[in-house]
Design a protein around this ligand. Structure first.
Ligand code: KIV
Ligand code: ZN
Length: 399
């Protein structure tokens, strides 16, 4: 049994939103500076703890957008609660770290986030660096970043495919040089939940100074396991989760903020962790990000999809009408969706039909109900979507 499952007090998991950095790396999802600012304000309303605003060294536009977010969303206002930590990513070079610092510095609580690959394949093929050179660079660059900013996060890129003993060496140096957050990346979405949870547990157990830092999860969804992996990392003691709205991000995307937050909230009996997220803002935030990035949300997407609280089959509708808890583990209102919808289609039953017809002004009973229900089934077999006009038409038009 893990330390989380054994009934300990609830812990807080910090939500680090990277929609504007990793999320914006989704093919075709680029945002203007004004759009980034709009998303950043909404993320602050949602209550994220850390907001990764971009990659300032990537372009002058990105730099300007991050700096503007740091100056506005990152600063306490008269009527606003504590602003989020504003961070941005930079490679482990003096130039990137210095640029990142200039962009985030205006925030009340700035953070420099720097990365360097630690897997053999990345070091050999991408960086052309030896292990010794990587260790040396981490030491120099984390120290340099700490000289500029009191809050530094270090990410060993491709951590889940790295040699574990070497990863421990790298992380030991990062801690000794002052990194306060260590982000364990599953950069290519390769790990399984058990592997990722075990890796997190092992790193926390053997890395000297592990108890002085916050451990973070950062998982990609190439095999559809990003949320499961992130939760496995949290069960193993990570207390920061890097996520994006709607799960957007490189390739198949990142772990989705709304899924992770609602898993922790709905299964707090299991994880014994909570977040500071205002869950009623989840759906409005999802809609905003979808509209601005042009990336549609699938109807069956967990939590924020249009069908996440819709029920069509007769058996389910009957249960829902008797007690919503039969088929819903959270309410639509909790996540900012309008309401539960009972959708009438060919799988629907008499109970759902009767209730919906009464809502439309046709309180049917007995033989009248039986006849209208039979006409409804005929129509539903022929038509995919039944509108309210189709339903009232079964009884001769509007009530
Ligand atoms: O996926 C990844 O490894 C990243 C790091 C840069 C944090 O996005
Ligand atoms: Zn990533």
């Amino acid at each position: 049994m893990s330390e989380i499952e054994n009934g300990g007090a609830e812990d807080v998991v910090r939500i680090f939103d990277t929609t504007l950095r990793d999320g914006e790396q989704s093919p075709g999802a680029s945002l203007t500076s004004a759009e980034k600012l709009e998303v950043a304000w909404q993320l602050a309303r949602l209550g994220v703890d850390v907001l990764e605003a971009g990659f300032p060294a990537a372009s002058p536009d990105d730099f300007a957008a991050v700096q503007q977010i740091a100056r506005t969303v990152g600063v306490a206002g008269a009527e606003r609660r504590r602003p989020p930590i504003i961070t941005a990513l930079g490679r482990a070079t003096v130039e990137d770290i210095e640029t990142t610092w200039r962009a985030v510095e205006p925030a009340d609580r700035p953070r420099i986030h720097t990365l360097l690959s630690t897997s053999d394949i990345h070091m050999a093929k991408k960086l052309g660096m030896t292990r010794a050179q990587v260790l040396d660079r981490v030491e120099k660059m984390v120290t340099y970043a700490r000289g500029l900013c009191p809050d530094v996060e270090f990410s060993p890129e491709d951590a889940s495919r790295s040699d574990v003993d070497f990863l421990v060496e790298v992380l030991t140096i990062a801690i000794a040089c002052g990194a306060g957050t260590l982000n364990i990346t599953d950069t290519v979405g390769y790990a399984t939940p058990v592997e990722y949870g075990n890796l997190m547990a092992h790193l926390r157990a053997v890395t000297p100074g592990a108890d002085k830092v916050v451990w973070s999860v950062h998982c990609h969804d190439d095999l559809g396991m990003a949320t499961a992996n992130s939760l496995a990392g949290i069960a193993a003691g990570a207390r920061q989760a890097e996520v994006t709205i709607n799960g957007i991000g490189e390739r198949a995307g990142n772990a989705s903020l709304e899924e992770l937050v609602m898993a922790l909230a709905t299964r707090s009996d299991h994880y014994r962790c909570r977040t500071g997220i205002d869950t009623r803002e989840l759906t409005p935030t999802s809609h905003l990000v979808s509209r601005l990035t042009g990336l549609a949300v699938a109807p069956n997407k967990a939590i924020v999809g249009e069908n996440a609280f819709s029920h069509e089959s007769g058996i389910h509708q009957d249960g829902m009408l008797k007690d919503k808890r039969t088929y819903e583990i959270m309410t639509a209102a909790t996540v900012g969706q309008d309401k539960t919808r009972l959708v009438l289609g060919k799988h629907s039953g008499r109970h759902g039909f009767k209730v919906r017809m009464a809502e439309l002004g046709f309180p049917l009973e007995g033989a009248e109900l039986a006849a209208a229900f039979s006409r409804f089934k005929d129509l539903a077999d022929r038509k995919k979507y039944l509108t309210d006009a189709d339903l009232t038409g079964l009884c001769g038009g509007a009530a």
